[in-house]
Design a protein around this ligand. Structure first.
Ligand SMILES: [Zn+2]
Length: 750
């Protein structure tokens, strides 16, 4: 690579050399020459263009000419079929049989018998077990019946399935092979916050859910305990001949579950434990309430059959190598490479060490470390090279690194620390090119031995904008953190950023925080979500990991539903999904519910279009940008708009007449408006002009909110998540010396 040193850059570097840098040390070794000037090649900005389309937007679902006869599986309260399981049934097949038993019972009041295939004999046209005779067979998994019929799912991707009738048998077969032999069900740690799901293929179970959805009208709109499981009641269960297969478009389909699953592995546990005392409720109560919170994710085909290793691999580097290899660490403004300074817990700070990413010895070491990991575990197919997520210390500003940074890169800012420990922020061009070079140099070395293994890297922080000249190796997967549905400017920027990265990277992973935006206010953003998702798929998305589903089912459930459906099949039509959601969940009230969601989408779009605080990046999940984001919400979600939405739900109630299940689902949706009212009241009190009553009004609004939140937690648990809001907003009430329950905080001198 040819390095162009611009005259202007040289001039700047001469001017800003810090007072403690001696001219002699700077001249001797460019590695020790700290500076603020980017010295990389001058890149003339080219006209922006979208990424090329890598894949068509077509469904993987195949429907073939069917054989077999019409199967009457249940009649007049009696089962007409028996379920056969193979002797060594996969966990997925066993779950599929249990699911069929449960749903058949609710649908038609029948007890479905499940038997080991060895106990079932074909006799004439019937199937017999223990003296009982059945007209039809439901064969789940690779039974001998399936084998002799030549029906399996081996041609399909992991998690795929085939549903096929032949004679008087229905075959359900799926790809359940564990992607890492011996590791089935191994929990996957996501970053530092918990577990997002298990790694195993679940094809047979996905096929069974698909059968119930497409051929028996069942739906999983939101968790069953909140009334979102739709199971139509029927006198008899009749199945027309069928032959179809499907497989997921992408192998990783994660939406993180914010609630603890089966009492363990709580994501967001810290937040929940911090705010539960405000409600005077225990963490145990939450664990109990949320114990089935993962069922909906499974029903919707979410999960993963591939392990993308996304850990932070460099967190132990300072502890392990600071004494033996000090040169591997980022050069600081004070001339040292010390990564253990700053305020707070030094062990935690040094775990976020910055590396001197242009150091060839370091690059070689990291590559060898990964190769050794792959050698030791042949089931591993990816390794992470994601830099530490950090605060202090600063990025390397040695001359060798700076020669990689084009001055035309998008401006970013980060902190530097001087000898006295005083920090200040500096402006500097994006570090993306130097990081892409770092990623690629490691990846090229690993690829010599493992050409098909993947190296996971990040587009984030000061290296989130796309590289201007550096080329990314084909075995690097870029995880892109972006997208917002409460800030159009941010969304537009992120969409462009994705397109830019997608031109450099052959594989991309979508890792948005967008579901956390908007402080739990009811919102519909299905159309924007659909556009972004489809485009991401077409331009190379190989996996997704959304942080996080905070269980705002009443006000956000439609978005969750559409996202999960698109994750399996991005070709699905969003409007059709929304209509189906309303029709299947709200029957006679569907027209009003469609109107309700359309109004809510309009309101969400208006809020997203408003220009708020320029600092509200990443949907305002950090305290600094919170006020701006909340101010926009307060201006948009007025009590008038909330009452207009309520009026539409009242119309829906009238349309539902005496359909009790539909009335209950409408009452479920209303919880989001209850939540919005108390939040809007509180925002009104908070943003009111200064007055002697202001604190009292905030306190009163907090107390009113607490009554509603406690009732939602106790009696409408899945309708609305309240933890994120209580946790993030606490900083606002602290200004008044109040906690989230409106109680006086004890001040330090009391
Ligand atoms: Zn450096």
């Amino acid at each position: 690579m040819k390095v162009h040193l611009s005259f202007a850059a040289l001039l700047t570097s001469a001017v800003v050399l810090p007072y403690w840098t001696s001219a002699a040390s700077a001249a001797d070794n460019p590695r020790n020459n700290w500076g603020r000037a980017a010295l990389g090649p001058n890149i003339t900005p080219t006209e922006w263009k979208p990424a090329p389309e890598k894949r068509p937007l077509t469904s993987h679902r195949r429907v073939l000419p069917a054989q077999g006869q019409v199967l009457e599986l249940a009649k007049a309260g009696k089962s007409q079929a028996i379920v056969a399981l193979p002797q060594n049934a996969t966990a997925s097949s066993q779950a599929a049989a249990k699911l069929l038993q449960r749903i058949f019972k609710v649908m038609a009041g029948v007890e479905l018998l499940v038997a080991d295939e060895s106990k079932i004999q074909a006799q004439g046209n019937n199937f017999q077990t223990e003296g009982k005779s059945f007209a039809n067979l439901i064969s789940i998994g690779e039974t001998r019946f399936a084998q002799s019929a030549g029906i399996n799912a081996r041609d399909l991707a992991l998690d795929g399935y085939r549903l096929q009738t032949s004679g008087n048998t229905l075959f359900i077969v799926g790809q359940d092979r564990a992607p890492r032999p011996g590791h089935e069900g191994t929990p996957l740690r996501v970053a530092n916050s918990g577990v997002s799901g298990n790694i195993h293929a679940n094809g047979t179970l996905h096929g069974t859910y698909a059968l119930l959805e497409r051929h028996f009208g069942c739906r999983w709109l939101w968790p069953a305990e909140g009334g979102g499981e739709i199971i139509p009641r029927r006198e008899s269960l009749v199945l027309q001949p069928l032959h179809e297969s499907d497989e997921p478009a992408i192998a990783q389909r994660i939406i993180r579950n914010y609630y603890p699953e089966q009492g363990v592995n709580a994501y967001g546990r810290r937040q929940q434990q911090t705010v539960l005392p405000l409600l005077n409720r225990s963490y145990t109560s939450l664990v109990n309430k949320a114990k089935n919170s993962n069922e909906w994710f499974t029903a919707m085909g979410l999960g993963q059959s591939i392990l993308f290793n996304t850990e932070e691999p460099f967190t132990a580097y300072w502890r392990k190598y600071s004494e033996t290899h000090p040169a591997w660490f980022a050069l600081q403004a004070d001339g040292t490479r010390n990564q253990a300074r700053g305020t707070g817990d030094l062990a935690r700070i040094s775990a976020r060490a910055r590396l001197d990413v242009s150091n060839p010895e370091l690059i070689e070491f990291v590559a060898q470390e990964i190769i050794q990991k792959f050698d030791a575990d042949p089931t591993l197919t990816s390794a992470s090279i994601a830099p530490n997520d950090g605060s202090y210390p600063s990025f390397c500003l040695c001359e060798v690194c700076r020669r990689l940074d084009p001055p035309q890169g998008e401006p970013v800012s980060f902190s530097i620390m001087d000898k006295a420990g005083k920090t200040s922020r500096i402006e500097y061009p994006s570090l993306s090119d130097r990081y892409v070079i770092f990623y690629s140099q490691i990846a090229d070395r690993v690829a010599k031995k493992y050409p098909n293994h993947q190296l996971m890297a990040l587009a984030y922080s000061t290296y989130s904008s796309p590289p201007l000249y550096a080329k990314l190796s084909p075995n690097v997967v870029i995880s892109y953190v972006g997208l917002s549905y409460f800030n159009d400017d941010q969304r537009a920027k992120d969409v462009r950023g994705w397109e830019d990265w997608a031109r450099s990277a052959s594989q991309m992973r979508l890792r948005p925080n967008a579901l956390l935006g908007g402080y739990g206010m009811p919102a519909v953003f299905t159309r924007k979500l659909g556009q972004d998702f489809k485009r991401a798929y077409q331009t190379g998305m190989v996996g997704m990991d959304w942080d996080a589903l905070t269980h705002n089912w009443a006000g956000r459930g439609l978005n969750y539903y559409v996202l999960a459906k698109l994750a399996w099949d991005p070709s699905l039509d969003v409007d059709a999904l929304v209509k189906d959601y309303c029709d299947s969940g709200f029957g006679p009230a569907s027209p009003s519910i469609q109107k309700y969601f359309a109004e809510l989408e309009k309101l969400t779009d208006e809020a997203a279009a408003k220009v708020g605080d320029s600092a509200r990046a990443e949907d305002g999940i950090d305290v600094k940008s919170m006020k701006g984001a909340i101010q926009v919400l307060a201006q948009s979600y007025t009590l008038e708009r909330i009452e207009a939405l309520q009026a539409i739900l009242n119309e829906a109630e009238a349309q539902a007449k005496s359909d009790q299940a539909v009335l209950e689902r409408i009452a479920f949706l209303e919880q989001a408006l209850r939540y919005a009212r108390v939040q809007t009241n509180l925002f009104g009190a908070y943003f009111a002009p200064r007055s002697p009553e202001r604190k009292q009004n905030v306190q009163k609004a907090l107390q009113e909110r607490l009554v509603v939140f406690t009732d939602i937690y106790d009696n409408h648990f899945y309708a609305q998540g309240i933890f994120e809001t209580l946790y993030r907003q606490s900083a606002l009430w602290q200004e008044f010396g109040l906690d989230g329950a409106g109680r006086e905080l004890k001040s330090a001198n009391e």
